[in-house]
Design a protein. Structure first.
Length: 259
């Protein structure tokens, strides 16, 4: 009975042989067994690619084509030094560094468009005219602060909400007119002078009467109530609906007979 470890048809007595094909063009090593079974061709092994038509000649070793150097043949050789803002990109070939162009590489390039008259002054850098800023000169500049929710929409120009106006959106808007010397101090809000009140300062203020001298020569004062007829005609206030409201005018008694 054959041993379970018996093997058939496997290579035996391996040997390596290098013939004339083992040269700079074809680095092959042939391996075969005693009966020329299972022939294999091996090449040198590099864990990286040899670029620009270079080829692997040993363990992680590239042989570069003329004009190229480096571990992986990616660094070109320029016989003459490249000028300012240039870099060697191929054998004896210089090109502008990224961000510049032109015969002498003195013209900056920008991936963005410089708007509103801005100019490309450096790689991807815009120099903006007065009144604009940002990477492409599209953000306006306002010397004043746009208040009350306003926005700077063009140089020194604020776009105000409906309730405000003015160069900096700080002047309130009143839909009503403020009468009798009243002033608009907030949206739809009038500030009235002392003798007037109401939404638009059109309602007179009743001070519940006043004192008046009895005569030009007298120092005695007589109390005078408000003119209720005129007041009610103007204001139509709640007090005017009280039909039984009564008021009288009294004068203090004076003279020797009342002492």
């Amino acid at each position: 009975m054959l041993s379970p470890f018996t093997k058939f048809g496997t290579p035996t007595a391996l040997a390596a042989f290098a013939n004339e094909t083992l040269n700079n063009e074809n680095y092959f090593l042939f391996v075969a067994d005693r009966n020329n079974n299972a022939i294999r061709g091996l090449t040198a092994a590099c864990s990286f690619s040899c670029e620009n038509e270079g080829y692997c000649v040993g363990l992680d070793k590239c042989e570069c084509k003329e004009g190229w150097v480096g571990v992986d043949c990616t660094r070109p050789i320029c016989s003459n030094s490249c000028k300012n803002r240039q870099v060697c990109v191929a054998p004896d070939q210089c090109s502008c560094i990224p961000g510049y162009k032109g015969d002498i590489c003195n013209v900056a390039t920008c991936v963005q468009t410089c708007e509103h008259g801005g100019i490309c002054s450096g790689p991807d850098t815009c120099t903006c005219p007065t009144g604009w800023f940002d990477t492409n000169c599209t953000t306006p500049v306002c010397e004043q602060t746009c208040g009350n929710g306003g926005n700077c929409t063009s140089p020194n120009t604020c776009s105000c909400p409906l309730e405000w106006m003015g160069s900096d959106c700080r002047i309130p808007v009143c839909e009503q007119e403020c009468y009798n010397g009243g002033m608009c101090i907030a949206p739809n809000t009038c500030q009235c002078p002392p003798d007037w009140s109401g939404f638009n300062c059109s309602q007179p203020v009743c001070h519940q009467g006043y004192f008046k001298a009895l005569s030009e020569k007298s120092n005695m004062l007589d109390y005078k109530p408000c003119n209720m007829v005129s007041w009610c005609s103007e204001t139509q206030s709640f007090e005017c609906q009280q039909a039984e409201m009564m008021y009288t005018s009294t004068s203090p008694r004076y003279g020797s007979s009342w002492r």
